[in-house]
Design a protein around this ligand. Structure first.
Ligand code: FES
Length: 163
């Protein structure tokens, strides 16, 4: 499916324009690895937002990247529970061992997986009970673990219907 078709699908899922933008931004970032200007232009065409509005929303959320970054993004949670279970050691390991052309490593706030600490995200896919060994494999083979984010926002679309 082309990016335009995916954005039209977003428009169908979220008929109220204001609720479609985050999903549309995810689609563009999935296509390019970051919010490439060509993708933002396509959002303006399909969903009708101005580029200024798109950038103002995107810049509010740390998980959207307005500069080029690798497609795979690994976030390690370093909030209290994860920190107590070694998150900073994992973050250091990831920063020292990730191929910067392949994987972008970032620190993230609590993602609600405290019972599986230390936890993280790979492009929206939960990473639970992380160890150095599993993290090493994730960094080397991110495509093996990446289940994407689309299912999440398609589930959430129900919240926006008939509202
Ligand atoms: S503290 Fe890490 S997921 Fe909650």
């Amino acid at each position: 499916m082309t990016l335009r078709e995916r954005l039209e699908n977003v428009k169908r899922i979220f008929p109220k324009a204001d609720s479609a933008l985050i999903a549309a931004l995810h689609e563009v970032q999935d296509e390019y690895g970051w919010l490439h200007p060509d993708g933002l232009k396509l959002i303006t065409e399909v969903l009708g937002y101005t580029e200024t509005h798109i950038v103002s929303v995107a810049s509010f959320y740390h998980f959207f990247h307005l500069e080029p970054t690798p497609k795979h993004k690994v976030g390690i949670c370093t909030n209290l529970t994860c920190m107590q279970k070694g998150a900073y050691d994992l973050l250091k390991f990831a920063r020292e061992n990730a191929d910067p052309k392949k994987v972008f490593v970032e620190e993230v706030e609590c993602i609600g997986l405290c019972d599986h600490a230390p936890a993280g995200l790979l492009n929206g896919t939960p990473l639970k009970d992380l160890t150095v060994e599993t993290l090493k494999d994730i960094l080397e083979n991110p495509e093996k673990y990446d289940e994407g984010y689309r299912e999440t926002y398609e589930d959430m679309a129900d919240l926006y219907r008939d509202g």
